[in-house]
Design a protein around this ligand. Structure first.
Ligand SMILES: Nc1ncnc2c1ncn2[C@@H]1O[C@H](COP(=O)(O)OP(=O)(O)OP(=O)(O)O)[C@@H](O)[C@H]1O
Length: 285
């Protein structure tokens, strides 16, 4: 059942992954990856997309992420995103293949420049824009305020708390890349306070632009189902002889919007059912 708060419309395609495979030498890591995500529009609210990728260790999540960011050239297939520099044609935004720099990438360590303050880091992130010096300053100050980073504007990474460091690294990627962001295990090894801080960053990104799209991997199934509106499970397929294959692919897609369990304030029995389904699939993968 879908409540009024969950009513949504789907508009243009914002991510299209087609027959993607990545091999290293003669070893294929991921194969036949097909993903189509559309811009989700909810009445009277600005809202982006949050997509989670789950999978047991070594099932190619990081490999897929490198292809999604354009850091890894796929062996076959392609990754398309809307080309916002071109005008809409017949009601459709033309698509382009993803290039390095189009999609922000935040690694698990939240790496920052050691010799740049928070402000300098964000200024550097805006270096490719056509904004004037004053516009850049205004933009940065606006974000620092919204993201609770105003007080540490002139601090170097070593003097930041874990939460401030994570928010700065996420913001840096958001400012340098535009609407798309991939985060490889952003919650791994974080204490509860820092988990809340990263969740808040997700929320800020999600609410600030219709096209903002967060893609993240995690080993925390509950967290994926709590935060995402779309969940993909990567894993090995069982072969006909009952043996487990050795090339990962998408085993299952859960569209939590369609299931009526996206964007809820609390974790319900339906969410728990979904967690159980995910676990069952992952255990056999
Ligand atoms: N550059 C590379 N050359 C050769 N093999 C690689 C390379 N990068 C990754 N692999 C292999 O690809 C497989 C998938 O690795 P990947 O890091 O993508 O998995 P993952 O799902 O992100 O794992 P985890 O959850 O443990 O981080 C692994 O067996 C890994 O050894």
């Amino acid at each position: 059942m879908t409540t009024a708060a969950q009513t949504y419309e789907q508009k243009g395609v914002i991510l299209h992954v087609e027959n993607l495979s990545v091999s290293y030498g003669d070893r294929t890591i991921i194969r036949d990856i097909n993903i189509t995500e559309k811009d989700t529009v909810r009445a009277s609210r600005q809202q982006g997309q949050i997509i989670a990728f789950l999978g047991r260790s070594g099932r190619g999540k990081s490999t897929l992420f490198r292809a999604l960011t354009g850091l890894e050239k796929p062996t076959t297939g392609r990754v398309l995103i809307p080309d916002l520099s071109k005008p809409v044609e017949n009601g459709q935004q033309p698509a382009k293949q993803v290039h390095e720099g189009d999609v922000g990438f935040v690694n698990q360590k939240y790496t920052l420049f050691r010799h740049k303050t928070v402000y300098e880091t964000l200024l550097f992130a805006l270096r490719k824009t056509t904004l004037s010096k004053q516009e850049k300053d205004e933009k940065i100050m606006h974000y620092l305020k919204d993201w609770g980073l105003e007080t540490c504007k002139d601090q170097y990474p070593n003097f930041l708390s874990g939460g401030q460091r994570q928010r700065t690294a996420i913001l840096e990627q958001l400012l340098s890349s535009g609407h798309y962001m991939v985060l490889d295990e952003p919650f791994s090894g974080l204490d509860i306070g820092n988990i809340v801080s990263v969740k808040k960053a997700f929320q800020l990104i999600n609410e600030s632009h219709e096209l903002n799209t967060i893609m993240f991997s995690t080993h925390d199934i509950e967290l994926a189902i709590e935060l995402a509106d779309s969940v993909y499970i990567l894993g090995y397929k069982q072969e006909e002889n009952g043996q487990l294959g050795s090339v990962a692919t998408v085993l299952k897609h859960f569209d939590l919007k369609q299931m009526g369990i996206a964007w809820q304030d609390s974790f319900t029995a339906q969410h728990l059912d979904c967690v159980k389904m995910v676990k069952d699939i992952m255990l056999k993968s």
